[in-house]
Design a protein around this ligand. Structure first.
Ligand SMILES: [Zn+2]
Length: 641
């Protein structure tokens, strides 16, 4: 790779002479080309370096002189990695001496069959494999990936010849966000990049992997030729494909739903992980009928019915793990889309302290809501906002050997010892209505109504509270005030609401910054504006963001944390409801008189503590009012423990 580097075009500057460029090295020449460094500075630094007593690399001298920063060096490496080779990089970064390079090149010249310089360097201990992949990943900004043959997308793999992969020490791993991820043992230089783009299209995303891991996977595939798309599909292969999909979802650990989607030219399988859909694999369209039929058999759905949506349920047991899965078949233009929701995954219910309420909110929630003997306690939020988890942890808190707790749920998601849980089952005509009619005759202290859906279930909740029961239930509304408004819209009298409802908790789940790869993050001006904040509001605050690592599958996020808004109905709020005030008026009253903090405000404190990012708040939270100053919020909610 010795094509001339276009030199700095500034007319007042002498161009970088060839001699100088040779002494300074490839990366320094790129720094000049990209305008981070002037030829004059190169000249000066060369003179300084010649006078040094102990040898330093040219880049070190430049940094010492404060001409360039490490970030700028990384930036030119990242934009021009195809015109830098491994020896440039290691030599100029001071990771390999000129002498050792010379020796390595001699060894390489004698090696038969020929080997790459990379292999020679590692084999002869000029640099360790682990160190090398780390340097490549860090300097190039490509994720470092631990390869595992089970993650390789075979369909994708079969698009290129194994010999090509072996020659260039690379292999395609999978597809993510429309990009093909290709693992390289050495992504530097032009080798392999052009060909890879030709094979997989323009959108190739390079990642770094160790050479032994790439070799071992290639060996595995060379021994067992990669399967071509099957023309005829046998029943057994559909069985094993469905098994492998479900097992992969279980092994990932945090998959809530599996989406199996027929498309025009393929069957796409995606997993919902931490609330976001992530591509798992693609299969040829020829497999669609067999996979669909297999799933219908597993969950007792009607195989012959292909024109109407239907539901089903399956109990799946493998390797001692029992799974309860709810299936939904929905007819689309390309065939039936299947979504499998994995239920009762959580083996243990969270303690109330673990759901993520900030200290002052938690204290009020316990003392002013859960410790009260009766009343309706509502948790609200869209599907997948973690309502059920909160309700279960409340049950866990309330439950004692002296109380009777009974539930009507659709369906039971976690099983808690010591309480009576009932799953609604429409196939045997056990409706909500019927379950609720009987629930009050069971002499309960606490009633859990899975969800308030209509006037009937709302009436039951209110009546039960009036007769001295504690009622826990959920709703689908945007925020806490919305819960009250929804009850009014269900024709529940304002005086009944104000005398029975104790609290409404609104919540969302935001993704948590990965603890393994988090670093300081400078919040963007647009993000601040979106959150309703100004630079002065967050003076001295350090936000954090994940850089991406194997632990978080290069998303920078791992797990989720709940964000809450707790409305407690005090005198002022009750009067506002009785007076039929508008929802924004009720909101202002609650904020001023009883310490209501909004979802956004709670989220901001969590982002300030480095638990999540401004980006996540913008993606997940409603933004109705400008947040109040941080000190005020900290006073209301307490600091993050
Ligand atoms: Zn990470």
């Amino acid at each position: 790779m010795d094509d001339p580097i276009p030199l700095n075009a500034d007319k007042n500057q002498k161009p970088l002479t060839e001699e100088l460029a040779n002494q300074a090295g490839k990366i320094a020449a790129l720094l000049v080309r990209d305008g981070f460094l002037t030829p004059k500075q190169v000249e000066y630094a060369t003179r300084i370096r010649a006078r040094l007593e102990s040898p330093r690399t040219f880049l070190e001298v430049l940094k010492e002189l404060k001409y360039v920063t490490d970030d700028q060096i990384n930036q030119v490496i990242r934009t021009s990695y195809e015109s830098i080779n491994l020896e440039n990089l290691l030599l100029e970064l001071g990771l390999l001496s000129e002498e050792n390079l010379k020796t390595a090149l001699q060894i390489q010249a004698e090696e038969k069959p020929p080997k790459s310089l990379r292999e020679i360097l590692v084999q002869n201990n000029f640099i360790g494999e682990q160190k090398l992949v780390q340097v490549l990943s860090q300097r190039l900004g490509f994720p470092l990936m631990e390869l595992d043959k089970s993650q390789i997308d075979r369909q994708l793999f079969s698009r290129g010849p194994v010999e090509f992969y072996a020659q260039h020490h690379l292999l395609p791993v999978g597809t993510k966000n429309g990009e093909v991820w290709v693992a390289f043992a050495d992504p530097l230089g032009p080798q392999g990049h052009e060909e890879t783009r030709r094979l997989f299209g323009k959108k190739v995303f390079p990642v770094v992997a160790s050479l032994p891991s790439i070799k071992s996977i290639l060996k595995h595939f060379q021994e067992k030729p990669s399967p071509r798309p099957a023309v005829e599909v046998h029943e057994t292969s559909a069985v094993s494909i469905v098994d492998s999909i479900i097992m992969a979802a279980v092994q990932e650990g945090d998959v809530s739903d599996i989406h199996i989607e027929p498309m025009l030219d393929r069957l796409r399988v995606r997993f919902r992980q931490d609330g976001i859909l992530v591509q798992f694999k693609e299969y040829p369209t020829s497999l669609i009928p067999a996979i669909t039929a297999r799933l219908k058999v597993m969950c007792n759905a009607d195989i012959a019915e292909k024109r109407r949506p239907q539901g089903g349920r399956l109990f799946y047991e493998q390797n001692g793990q029992k799974l309860d899965i709810r299936a939904s078949f929905y007819v689309t233009v390309h065939g039936e889309k299947i979504v499998l929701r994995i239920l009762n995954r959580m083996s243990s219910v969270l303690n109330l302290e673990e759901v993520g309420m900030l200290p002052r909110m938690l204290k009020r929630f316990r003392e002013d809501v859960l410790d009260r003997p009766s009343g309706v306690m509502i948790t609200t939020g869209p599907t997948g906002s973690g309502k059920t988890t909160t309700v279960y942890s409340c049950i866990n808190y309330i439950k004692t050997p002296y109380t009777s707790i009974i539930t009507a749920e659709d369906p039971v998601e976690y099983i808690i010892d010591g309480i009576a849980q009932c799953s609604i089952n429409p196939t045997i005509n056990l409706t909500y209505e019927e379950a609720l009619r009987h629930i009050v005759r069971q002499d309960p202290d606490v009633i859990v109504i899975g969800e308030i859906r209509d006037n009937f279930s709302a009436q039951i909740a209110v009546q039960a509270a009036l007769t001295g029961h504690k009622v826990l239930t959920t709703f689908h509304t945007e925020d806490s005030i919305g819960g009250i408004v929804r009850l009014l819209n269900m024709d529940i009298e304002a005086f009944l609401i104000s005398s029975t409802v104790v609290s409404v908790v609104a919540q969302r789940l935001v993704r948590k910054v990965c603890s393994k790869c988090s670093g300081p993050y400078r919040v963007r001006a647009g993000e601040l504006l979106g959150l309703g904040l100004e630079a002065k509001d967050i003076a001295g605050v350090e936000f954090r963001k994940g850089q991406g690592c194997p632990h978080c599958r290069y998303t920078g996020y791992k797990g989720r944390i709940a964000v809450f808004e707790l409305l407690i109905l005090d005198e002022n709020v009750r009067n506002a409801i009785l007076d039929r005030k508008m929802s924004h008026e009720i909101r202002v009253i609650a904020m001023e008189s009883n310490g209501l903090t909004t979802l956004l405000e709670d989220g901001i404190l969590k982002a300030v503590a480095g638990l999540t990012t401004p980006e996540e708040l913008l993606r997940c939270l409603p933004r109705l009012l400008k947040p109040r100053p941080l000190e005020k919020l900290q006073r209301l909610l307490g600091g993050v423990p």
